[in-house]
Design a binder for this molecule. Structure first.
Ligand SMILES: [Zn+2]
Length: 270
């Protein structure tokens, strides 16, 4: 049996893991927009950072569905988000290497027209970091003061890819990673496998690895807590230390040196 103090420590760590909650981030964003809709407080200009287009489609439905607090998937508006035949929705994309000034001009004209059916007119600019300098400059005034009942959404992979003059005019929403499948295997035998830095191609892979590692350690911890197994592959103290270290690194994953971070995790877990 686990002693009371150990059990309390485990619950504390479990609570921290649950507060990270990246697993449910997509649902949180959808619910956040549902709440904004309910309070009639949906903003006019957003920048979505990440690469998860499925969330964007869900948000488009939330904003304009009047049949449900979130979205119903059946109404006129919801159906036309899926088939992209909604006259109140326009999507601008790069043509060739960049988004041309003509496309942005067309988007601005679209926003100035009265809405056809939906409560809000929505302009989405995919790969907004590819806007030409001219297109960005033309867009600034509209981003700052869009016409009434309009929502503009800019999609970018990284915040640093767009001009600060653009980002400062938008509310920022960080999207969850698109792929949640385990790219890095943790447990060869019984110990977690910590990859060498070069096998993680970029920070996205690094973050994905950390998320999956935390989930893995989380399930080990639950085994200990709820099934009363006294020792996992690591031993309780090492497991707690490992989780705390990994959580700290996860919070700093945008800036931390990946090699150093992996060494720290390796020291704790192996
Ligand atoms: Zn609907």
């Amino acid at each position: 049996m686990l002693c009371v103090i150990r059990k309390a420590a485990l619950f504390a760590v479990l609570a921290v893991i649950q507060s990270v909650n990246f697993v449910e981030l997509e649902e949180k964003i959808v619910n956040y927009f549902a709440l904004l809709k309910e309070r009639e407080a949906v903003g006019s200009s957003y920048i979505f950072i990440g690469d998860n287009p499925s969330v964007i489609d869900r948000l488009l439905k939330v904003i304009n569905c009047v049949k449900s607090k979130t979205y119903c998937q059946k109404c006129w508006s919801c159906v036309r988000v899926d088939n992209r035949r909604n006259p109140d929705l326009m999507v601008v994309k790069p043509e060739g290497l960049s988004i041309k000034i003509e496309s942005i001009r067309e988007g601005i004209r679209f926003l100035s027209l009265k809405s056809y059916y939906c409560p809000k007119k929505i302009l989405i600019v995919e790969k907004a970091h590819k806007m030409s300098q001219e297109a960005s400059n033309l867009f600034l005034k509209t981003l700052e003061e869009p016409p009434n009942d309009c929502v503009i959404g800019l999609l970018v992979p990284k915040l640093g890819d767009v001009l600060p003059t653009i980002t400062s005019r938008c509310r920022k929403i960080y999207l969850p990673w698109q792929e949640k499948k385990v790219k890095v295997s943790f447990f060869s035998g019984k110990k977690p496998f910590i990859p060498a830095a070069p096998s993680l191609k970029n920070r996205k892979d690094f973050a994905l690895f950390l998320e999956n590692l935390i989930l893995s350690l989380h399930s080990q911890l639950k085994e200990l807590l709820f099934k009363g197994k006294d020792e996992g592959f690591l031993g309780l103290d090492k497991l707690i230390e490992g989780i705390e270290e990994t959580l700290k690194i996860y919070k700093a994953h945008h800036t931390i040196n990946i090699n150093l971070a992996l060494n720290l995790i390796r020291m704790r877990l192996q």
